[in-house]
Design a protein around this ligand. Structure first.
Ligand code: OGA
Ligand code: MN
Length: 378
């Protein structure tokens, strides 16, 4: 199929994106790589990690298993791409989920809701949502809670969706716990000294998708890009350097981590579909309050309250949260005096917008941001 698309000059990535996004009839998922089980295939190669770069104690502090126990893979034809199948210690994912839902959306971080309402309304998204999320669904709740309307949060250098740039002035401190987690993972992948400077959190509902794009706004592309998945699963498409290259489809499950580095740092990618977590992966509920006893005292991963966990697990039953962490500047590098606004070379270069036909607010947002052609031309 791929060859005929290329010959006819069609956009191979877009065609496969639409294939996996299709609802009726649902697509055939047999070609989707599942790193949680398919380890014996000629496309999947073991990834080389550096276990000496991160001690077991340092790993445990951020809720990670010893590096020696990580299941890390590469993909034939994608040098620099590393997929780590859930390296988290049992009981630590709930902490990171709570950070994504309760802590990171707080000020001074920026979120999509700030574009529509005054800061006083977005001051306490968690506090304003827990009642609605704790109550059994009545079926006739008038408005979605703020947490259910949250689509993205930016951290550190706040990504400007319109100009597609970061700038020195639009910066707030990057969360130290997430920096530490990213630092340890990148070190184990052979990138010591990673400096987490910008983060984008994407909040997906079951009908969300993320358009085809390349993350190229960072000024130093020699540093890897890190991506974490929590909650429901997703289909991730990893393409090439142009949209004629047909992408490879893979599942991302709860706790999976992806590192895009080297030649894979600037590849097209997208999330056409959210899929229910497979049976056995939805152990979040059980994990919540049984925070692993293996965690030491001086860890960044704290035990959480039962109420926090009830809200998180309820939300995650129908949602996926993705965290991408980026280093924007190389060592000693600074932003140019006058920001360089790159001319658009391709319709599909905007990161981080979701297309949800059912959600009017995000539809409006999508239109207000210049957007990827993939979803608008359907
Ligand atoms: C991004 C991104 C992918 C995902 O935010 O740039 O590509 O897994 N996210 O949601
Ligand atoms: Mn991306």
């Amino acid at each position: 199929m791929a060859a005929s698309i290329v010959e006819s000059g069609e956009d191979a990535f877009r065609k496969i994106f639409k294939f996996y996004k299709r609802r009726n009839p649902p697509p055939d998922f047999t070609d989707v790589i599942d790193f949680s089980k398919d380890v014996l295939s000629n496309k999947i190669v073991p990834a080389k990690l550096d276990p000496a770069a991160v001690s077991d104690v340092e790993a445990a502090k951020v809720g990670l298993k010893p590096v020696i126990d990580w299941r890390a893979f590469g993909l034939q034809g994608y040098p620099g791409f590393i997929f780590i199948s859930n390296p988290f210690l049992l009981g630590s994912r709930p902490f990171w989920v709570r950070q994504c839902l309760k802590t990171y959306p707080q000020k001074p971080n920026v979120c999509n809701l700030d574009m529509h309402m005054p800061p006083s309304d977005t001051q306490d998204i968690w506090g304003k949502s827990i009642h609605a999320l704790s109550c059994p669904p009545s079926g006739k709740r008038e408005q979605k809670s703020l947490l259910e309307r949250l689509r993205w949060v930016t951290l550190g250098y706040h990504y400007n969706w319109d100009s597609k740039t970061y700038c020195a002035k639009n910066y707030t401190p990057f969360p130290t716990d997430l920096h530490l987690l990213s630092f340890q993972i990148t070190a184990a992948c052979g990138f010591p000294g990673f400096n987490a400077e910008a983060g984008i959190l994407n909040y997906y509902r079951s009908d969300s998708s993320l358009g085809i794009h390349v993350d190229e706004s960072e000024l130093d592309h020699s540093r890897p890009l890190l991506s974490f998945s929590f909650g429901q699963s997703a289909i991730f498409l990893l393409g090439g350097t142009c949209r004629q290259d047909p992408p490879t489809a893979m599942y991302m499950h709860n706790g999976d981590v992806m590192v895009m580095s080297g030649q894979s740092r600037l590849l097209y990618h997208a999330v056409p579909r959210i899929v229910p977590a497979p049976q056995g992966h939805t152990i979040l509920e059980m994990e919540g309050c049984s925070l692993a006893s293996s965690l030491q005292d001086n860890t960044v991963v704290e035990r959480m309250s039962k109420q926090d966990w009830e809200v998180c697990s309820k939300y995650m039953q129908t949602s996926r949260v993705n965290v991408t962490v980026r280093q924007v500047l190389g060592p000693g590098q600074s932003f140019p005096e006058t920001p360089l606004i790159k001319p658009r070379t391709d319709a599909g270069q905007l990161a981080g917008y979701h297309n949800e036909p059912a959600d009017r607010e995000s539809e409006r947002m999508r239109k207000s941001r210049s957007c990827d052609s993939v979803d608008t031309e359907e």
